[in-house]
Design a protein around this ligand. Structure first.
Ligand code: ZN
Length: 439
């Protein structure tokens, strides 16, 4: 069937003159480029990457034949503030490349609030154009108030206003058949929540390689509405993930300092463990399937795990730490080494480049981008070489028994267990309601 179609296409093309062939080819390229851009553009939490730029560049050889897109490109992305975050780092993750927008925020008395109120866990949503220019920015100052920045003909405007409604809580379940995003799409779970799920469970599950057909999830999450209109995805309140027969839980708990973190039902802080994969999981990267599989070479000779991944994929810190070195390092090429607690260090090699602000002495947070997959140094193709050392001794990060996560402080344990048991009951109710419907 496909061969036949190709032949028909070829015959049609041969009947056309050279100029028309070029026009037809250019249109095909433009159409396919737009399709790709649209597909990527609607995924919150993914920045416009080098991959997309490469696709768009192709038709530029024939500029006079390019039809303009009917509507300007708009990308909506959403990120959550992490501990120690900066507005610049958030802009980078959101794919906002707009120095004028940053200048406006600094100078504007309302816009400036964002610098003073970067509270971990809060949502920041951006709409950007094709070149990363900021069109709209929405920051939840709280669950009840919103900072909004809009680009107009006369420049940027800002306003802070109350969110009229309390967040609505949604309960959903999903079963993995092919990928996390296919499952969350089918269940009507927004991308921002799917990304949060992948982050919350990333210390137990490598979402690139360890998902199994039949894995199940149940999740309770907030959505923030304003005058009946959805403003942003809120927080995951509780979730359960059954991966390869093992069940993991995450419960959002606020400590007495106002800090929020996800804990297991037993009270272990999930974020205090190491990520299973230092390659960022996103809708884009999740489409590469087997290409992310870690490659084991002769372990003793090799001392690291290689993660095959497309050039430009973001490499993230597997735990909180301090950068020991970032730069060219012989056969490692561009490499970043990070020191964590408990005499553990991690090394990320063959990078094509470093993330902004990554230099010796810089503090990094778990999941924070530190560089991009490349093939600098002794590398035959783009991949991430990842090393994990305890007291200077190389360990296999996928097999080593990792340090225990820090639990809920003792004086909050009673209150936590109450929250956790309510969360567990809610999740069980959601899961059994959906089982009754589908089985
Ligand atoms: Zn390697």
């Amino acid at each position: 069937m496909r061969t036949q179609e190709t032949n028909i296409l070829a015959k049609r093309l041969s009947r056309l003159g050279l100029a028309r062939q070029l026009l037809f080819g250019a249109l095909l390229l433009v159409l396919s480029a737009l399709t790709v851009l649209t597909a990527f553009g609607i995924a919150p939490g993914t920045a416009a990457s080098d991959l997309q730029l490469t696709v768009v560049r192709e038709p530029i050889e024939l500029p006079e034949l390019l039809p303009l897109p009917a509507t300007p490109l708009r990308f909506t992305t959403q990120e959550r503030v992490m501990r120690g975050d900066t507005v610049a780092a958030l802009f980078e993750r959101l794919g906002v490349r707009d120095p004028k927008a940053m200048d406006f925020l600094r100078a504007d008395s309302t816009g400036r609030m964002i610098f003073r109120q970067l509270v971990p866990g809060r949502a920041l949503q951006a709409e950007t154009g094709g070149d990363g220019e900021l069109l709209t920015l929405r920051y939840c100052l709280s669950a009840t108030s919103l900072l909004e920045v809009n680009r107009g003909a006369a420049g940027f405007t800002s306003r802070a206003r109350a969110v009229a409604e309390a967040p609505r809580v949604f309960y959903r379940t999903a079963t993995i058949r092919s990928s996390l995003f296919a499952a969350t799409d089918a269940a009507g779970i927004p991308d921002a929540i799917a990304m949060q799920l992948a982050r919350v469970f990333a210390t137990d599950i490598d979402f690139h390689t360890e998902l199994r057909k039949g894995d199940r999830l149940a999740v309770a999450y907030e959505m923030i509405y304003d005058s009946g209109e959805l403003v942003a995805a809120g927080r995951i309140l509780a979730a359960e993930f059954v991966n390869d027969g093992r069940t993991y839980h995450a419960v959002l708990f606020r400590d007495d300092q106002g800090g929020e973190a996800y804990y297991s039902l037993g009270g272990n802080n999930r974020a205090k463990a190491f990520l299973r994969s230092p390659v960022e999981f996103s809708r884009v990267s999740s489409g590469f399937g087997g290409r992310f599989h870690p490659i084991f070479k002769n372990w003793r000779a090799h001392t690291g795990v290689d993660f095959a991944a497309p050039r430009g994929t973001r490499v993230i810190a597997s735990a909180d730490g301090t950068v020991v070195s970032a730069g060219m390092r012989g056969g490692y090429g561009n490499a970043v080494e990070v020191r964590h607690g408990g005499s553990i260090t991690t090394l990320y090699a063959h990078l094509s480049g470093f993330a902004k602000g990554i230099r010796a002495g810089a503090r990094v947070r778990q999941g924070e981008p530190i560089g991009y997959v490349g093939s600098t140094g002794y590398a035959t193709g783009p991949h991430l070489h990842y090393e994990f050392k305890i007291s200077g001794m190389h360990q296999n990060p996928l097999r080593v028994a990792l340090p225990k996560a820090e639990p809920v402080p003792a004086h909050l344990k009673t209150r936590f267990l109450q929250v956790a048991s309510e969360a567990r009951a809610t999740i069980a109710r959601v899961a059994s309601a959906s089982a009754a419907r589908f089985e």
